[in-house]
Design a protein around this ligand. Structure first.
Ligand code: NAD
Length: 350
């Protein structure tokens, strides 16, 4: 089996989409999201060790292409990811991604992986980890507004990590809601389909907004949101793209991943540069308080941060050691004499 650390031959384990899906079925979707959440929690607790930067974004009229790098000093990682809300109309996905881990000591890559599927798991794992800490105790009902690609993963992570028992679905496209309801039919959850966002949030302790639109949208207005709920706002994740009315932000205690990135991309781009937020990692370490009152509105202004991808890739790398679920990839030129790249090329002439 190919080694997972740099070898003389320098073959890099590559996890294809097919292998990723087999790995998820081998481990089980819910145990894998739980495992990724554990890795994210462990990495958030050593937050200060990491190199951090807002993601490097290249915006266009139709969407954004981003690089998300980080390092803990021993391992370096990055993700390439796009966000193109109009893609689905042409039969393409809104979000696709791949990622890489490398050994800091040599700079050699040690893992290349698809991350379109993995991003859905890590986003859901992050949402559920945050909700487990911030949502009202015994939250059992979640509203899921936006029933696209991420929605089933978001729902199942909230089931296995937070313990929700009912999901209430709404999407402006009834076909998306029907797809999501069908996919969740055997989940063990009560699945309720709704015809408006107002109906979806009735009785919900957790409200997840996960819509895709490259504009300031208002998925939730102030009068729709009662006290004592947790809002998991996923969809507002780039400049000019938000989901919540500013009045909700003024009533909520806001938790973020990395403020320098969230102030550019998250719901709080609608607020002043000093609008108070709490970094979620500090709640995990005990340095800051999470929910402090039952009637408080807690809001996770999620944009997706590089450390979550790093954790997910680290989790995958650790699981691969026991499987054959990767291709050894001839990615790195590796001449016998490290200074004779030309000779290697010359000998390959045949
Ligand atoms: P998707 O295109 O597959 O699904 C989005 C759904 O939202 C569609 O079904 C659409 O009909 C629905 N929608 C649009 N406007 C709506 C409205 N006003 N009310 C109700 N439903 C509405 O996209 P996806 O892959 O599920 O991603 C959703 C969003 O989450 C995207 O904006 C994406 O960029 C973002 N995202 C964030 C993170 C993160 O870490 N925060 C990670 C992945 C994706």
């Amino acid at each position: 089996m190919t080694t997972l650390t740099p070898s003389a031959k320098a073959l890099v384990p590559f996890v294809s989409v097919d292998h990723m899906m087999k790995l998820i079925h081998h481990i089980g979707l819910e145990p894998m999201m739980q495992g990724i959440a554990d890795y994210i929690e462990a990495d958030f607790k050593r937050w200060e060790l990491f190199d951090k930067t807002p993601r490097v974004a290249s915006h266009s009229d139709t969407g954004v292409i981003e690089l998300m790098p980080t390092s803990d000093g021993d391992v370096y990682g990055f993700k390439y990811v796009n966000g193109h809300p109009s893609n689905t109309a042409g039969g393409l996905q809104t979000v696709t991604a791949f990622g890489l881990l490398a050994d800091v000591a040599t700079g050699y890559p040690v893992l290349l992986s698809e991350m379109t599927v993995l991003t859905a798991l890590r986003t859901a794992a992050t949402s559920a980890l945050v909700a487990r800490v911030l949502a009202p105790k015994n939250s059992r009902v979640m509203a899921m507004i936006g029933n696209g690609t991420q929605s089933e993963f978001q729902t199942l992570a909230m089931k296995c990590i937070v313990g929700i028992e009912e999901v209430r679905l709404f999407d402006i496209d009834p076909a998306a809601t029907a797809k999501c309801a069908a996919n969740l039919a055997k989940s063990g959850l009560r699945v309720v389909t709704c015809t408006s966002a107002e109906e979806a949030i009735e009785g919900a302790q957790i409200i997840t907004t996960c819509t895709a639109d490259k504009q300031y949208a208002t998925i939730l207005t102030d009068n729709m949101v009662g006290t004592g709920v947790h809002i998991n706002a996923i969809g507002g994740d780039c400049p000019g793209k938000t989901e919540l009315a500013p009045a909700i932000l003024n009533r909520a205690e806001i938790f973020v991943e990395y403020p320098e990135q969230t102030r550019i991309e998250g719901e709080i781009q609608q607020m002043g540069p000093d609008h108070p937020v709490t970094e979620f990692w500090e709640v995990l370490t005990g340095a800051k308080t999470g929910r402090s009152a039952p009637d408080q509105i807690t809001l996770f202004d999620s944009v997706g941060f590089a450390i979550e991808d790093f954790s997910a890739l680290r989790y995958v790398r650790d699981q691969l050691a026991d499987t054959q679920l990767f291709h050894p990839l001839d990615l790195l030129a590796d001449p016998d004499d490290p200074r004779d790249l030309f000779g290697m090329l010359d000998r390959a002439k045949g």
